[in-house]
Design a protein. Structure first.
Length: 207
């Protein structure tokens, strides 16, 4: 194994308490879950916030991935448009989005397992070089990002998932629907529905 993978393995083996993963159904959080399954010896809770900001197939992908890895997916309904700091869609939208979503996620998972105090996110090393205000929210909430911390990039993540035999190693990368609208264009049910129909005919986003 390469040094980064050995360090990630050691990270999982050191954990002594249950933990949750903010699970999006994307390849990065899928790698967090798959590697945790291989090496962690404590309960693991992948958690998906179901909202109108999810791209097409995200819920289905998340469910299929968790089943293939062998860890049940936990879902909760989240209503981001009820929060003005998110709905107004300015340059700090991602910050408020992550802050609110992970705060709720913490509450939900603690009700399931009172010993679960650690939350992880699938942010990887490439993300650190993009404009990601949400990273500040993760830091404030003490959400850990092991893939970024140990220098994992997207190509390497896909390579390991393929090597481990997972069918989802090459799923397309997708950002949330809010990123597909112009900054400053207010997020509304109507706009997101129109956008969603443009991506996948016949389905409406949860809001």
């Amino acid at each position: 194994m390469k040094e980064r993978l050995l360090r990630l393995k050691a990270f999982w083996e050191r954990l002594s308490c249950p933990f949750a993963i903010g699970f999006s159904g994307g390849v990065d959080s899928a790698f967090v879950l798959a590697s945790a399954k291989r090496w962690a010896c404590v309960p693991i809770y992948p958690v998906l916030a179901v909202s109108c900001l999810l791209p097409p197939f995200a819920i289905e992908n998340a469910q299929k991935i968790s089943e293939e890895v062998g860890i049940p997916l936990i879902r909760f309904n989240w209503h981001p448009l009820a929060i003005d700091e998110i709905a107004r869609n300015d340059r700090l939208r991602c910050y408020f989005c992550k802050k609110n979503m992970y705060s709720l996620l913490k509450e939900k998972v603690r009700k399931i397992d009172g010993e679960c105090r650690l939350i992880l996110d699938g942010t990887q090393f490439d993300d650190l070089f993009r404009e990601r205000p949400g990273l500040f929210a993760l830091q404030e909430l003490r959400v850990q990002t092991p893939l970024a911390d140990y220098g994992f990039r997207k190509t390497e993540i896909r390579s390991y998932l393929k090597e481990w035999g997972y069918s989802f190693w090459n799923i397309p990368s997708e950002s949330c629907l809010a990123t597909k609208l112009e900054r400053g264009e207010r997020l509304t049910q109507q706009r997101l529905t129109a956008l969603y129909f443009g991506l996948e005919t016949g389905k409406t986003p949860f809001c």
